[in-house]
Design a protein around this ligand. Structure first.
Ligand code: SF4
Length: 213
């Protein structure tokens, strides 16, 4: 299978339970909940997206004709002189990575020594073999992936209240304040929720604070 990739870059994971960890981000093009066009946002199933996932024109992006070529491209982004004890980590994100991520690519990344993480909206089944599954549910959608390592809920989301998800089989549960004009108020509300229900942790988008992509 071929893969349409918006961008590939090396950075620090800015969100969630792995925040601060060096990682190669592979941003797949396309999402099943929004076209990515502003004119469609008001009628999209997911309306608060802050990511450009259309096309393949970002830094390091492109079409890759097979899994090995994409895996080699990702591996080339990991620092060549990194200590071998540091396990290379790739975050497959999007857009919605489940539209393209498959067993062949996971195997090829593993062959390059990578631990494979995914950040998905959870509405599509994921292939087996992923090392870190992070699901970010969206209001009004049916969650297909109901277990994993990390549940990262953008808060607040009418129709996607934390109570709906707190019982699912995720090791970490994170409330991430919605990043809009009311972000300060959302952060306060998310912190209050975590204080009232310690099964949740507050998740801040660290990369935005430190100016990383
Ligand atoms: S599901 Fe994720 S990638 Fe898709 S539109 Fe929503 S926030 Fe953006």
């Amino acid at each position: 299978m071929s893969y349409a990739v918006k961008e590939v870059f090396y950075t620090l994971q800015g969100e969630g339970a792995q925040a601060g960890r060096a990682a190669v981000f592979c941003r797949f093009a396309g999402c099943n909940l929004w076209s990515g066009l502003e004119r469609d946002r008001a009628t999209a199933r997911c309306r608060f997206c802050d990511t450009d996932f259309r096309g393949t024109d970002g830094a390091g992006g492109g079409y890759f004709v097979d899994a090995e070529r994409l895996a080699a491209h990702i591996a080339a982004c990991w620092p060549r002189d990194a200590d071998p004890q540091a396990i290379p980590y790739v975050v497959c994100t999007g857009g919605e990575p489940a539209l393209q991520l498959d067993a062949a690519l996971i195997a090829a990344l593993h062959a390059h020594g990578f631990e494979v993480g995914v950040e998905s909206n959870g509405t599509l089944a994921l292939p087996a073999g992923i090392d870190w599954v992070c699901i970010s549910p969206k209001a009004g959608t049916e969650l297909m992936v109901r277990r994993g390592d990390e549940l990262k809920l953008v808060y607040p989301q009418p129709g996607a209240e934390p109570e709906r998800y707190v019982g699912l089989a995720f090791e970490h549960r994170i409330l991430q304040p919605l990043d809009d004009a009311e972000r300060a108020a959302h952060t306060e509300a998310a912190a209050a929720h975590c204080l009232a229900d310690p099964r949740w942790r507050l998740g801040i988008q660290m990369h935005k604070l430190v100016g990383l992509p």
